[in-house]
Write a protein that binds this ligand. Structure first.
Ligand SMILES: *Cc1c(COP(=O)(O)O)cnc(C)c1O
Length: 357
């Protein structure tokens, strides 16, 4: 069958996208929409590309049921620039950004925000190598915003519900956006590097509450100013046309598959299948708190390190790719983004069972 002919791709990012999207995307490189030109050689101001941009923006709204009063942008710089962009657009001079530190990406967000002003890390799970999501903290009343990272890609934890406080909520949703139903109205800024669940590396999605746009008194460099990008309909400068195009195709594909409910169900089914094996197979153990474990990135270890060579040989022989854990955690990480078929998870689970037989 189709999936068996392919590598089972557990890459953490850039990562798997649907084969159908790749096929459509490759067609556009030689002859885009039958106009006899490549998408790579037409003006970003052409009606053909403006349509792509507008479709991409409206498909995000459709998929996430983005309410009125929000603007969707496709920018550059990755989520790593989003750390700074979000701080610039939320923190007034003399203001305060409040952060929940749940992993390496959150730590980097803190570091960037400190370039602009006061940062209060109100809760952190660094004491246990980020293997849980902190709970039961109080957000200070003078917070200009609360920043969280919805899914901790490296360590394998995920906010199962989002903190509620009076502070506007800013979220780096790079590694679990489009895998779960969210209420966009709960957030002031959502940002996400495309290369996990959306598209290729090279564009960054922002969903911004319109009240945020232009509200900060400090001077903001144009490329970091969400208001500048909003006024220009996400075309202030030459956008990354191809990553946006491929993202648009994938958004369309996710909708065709049945939308967010279907993506969420698939994510839950994949995660349940793998965690069930991790929990029941004595040769494996999960590395994170059970209630916080991620549906996107499952981290686990062998209980008997002497089996490492054998296990590694087995999964490599089964055409599994990208299972090695991040260097800061070790062990294994199975990244199960939207396009990963559950059959690929079954192949891994079967190998885990075989190792124990
Ligand atoms: C991958 C990732 C990033 C970094 O994204 P870039 O686009 O490479 O800057 C940031 N945050 C999270 C949660 C990620 O998973």
């Amino acid at each position: 069958s189709k999936f068996m002919s392919k590598v089972h791709n557990y890459s953490a990012g850039p990562c798997i996208l649907p084969q159908e999207v790749f096929e459509e995307a490759s067609q556009a490189v030689t002859n885009f929409n039958n106009i006899g030109l490549s998408i790579l050689e037409i003006s970003h101001r052409s009606k053909e590309f403006v349509t792509v941009m507008e479709d991409a923006r409206s498909l995000v709204k459709e998929l996430l049921e983005v309410p009125e009063g929000y603007t969707v942008l496709f920018l550059q710089g990755g989520a790593s620039l989003g750390f700074l962009v979000s701080a610039y657009n939320m923190m007034p001079v003399g203001g305060k950004g409040v952060y929940v530190e749940t992993g390496a990406w959150a730590t980097k967000a803190v570091k960037e925000a400190k370039l602009l002003g006061n940062v209060d890390v109100v809760a952190s799970s660094s004491d246990k190598n980020f293997n849980y999501i902190p709970k039961g903290y109080t957000v200070p009343a003078d917070a200009d915003y609360l920043h969280i990272t919805s899914n901790n890609t490296i360590f394998g934890t995920q906010f199962k519900s989002f903190p509620t406080s009076d502070a506007p909520l800013v979220c780096d949703m790079s590694s679990d956006i489009f895998s779960r139903k969210i209420n966009v109205a709960d957030f002031d800024i959502i940002y996400a590097g495309a290369q996990k669940n959306l598209g290729p590396a090279g564009t960054t999605l922002y969903i911004v509450k319109d009240e945020v746009l232009g509200k900060i008194d400090r001077p903001i460099p144009a490329m970091l100013d969400l208001n500048v990008h909003a006024i220009k309909d996400s075309m202030f400068n030459t956008p990354p046309v191809y990553p946006i195009y491929v993202s648009m195709l994938n958004l369309r594909y996710m909708i065709k598959e049945g939308g967010i409910e279907v993506q969420q169900k698939k994510a839950e089914d994949r995660a349940a299948l793998l965690y069930n094996e991790i929990d029941n197979n004595p040769l494996f153990e999960g590395t994170t708190a059970v209630e916080d474990r991620s549906n996107m990135n499952a981290t686990f270890n062998l209980t008997d390190e002497s089996l490492k060579e054998k296990f590694d040989e087995m999964w490599k022989a089964a055409n599994i790719n990208g299972l090695k854990g991040h260097r800061s955690v070790g062990g294994y990480r199975a990244s199960m983004y939207n396009a990963l078929p559950i059959e690929s998870v079954q192949v891994l689970v079967d190998i885990m069972k075989k190792l124990n037989s």
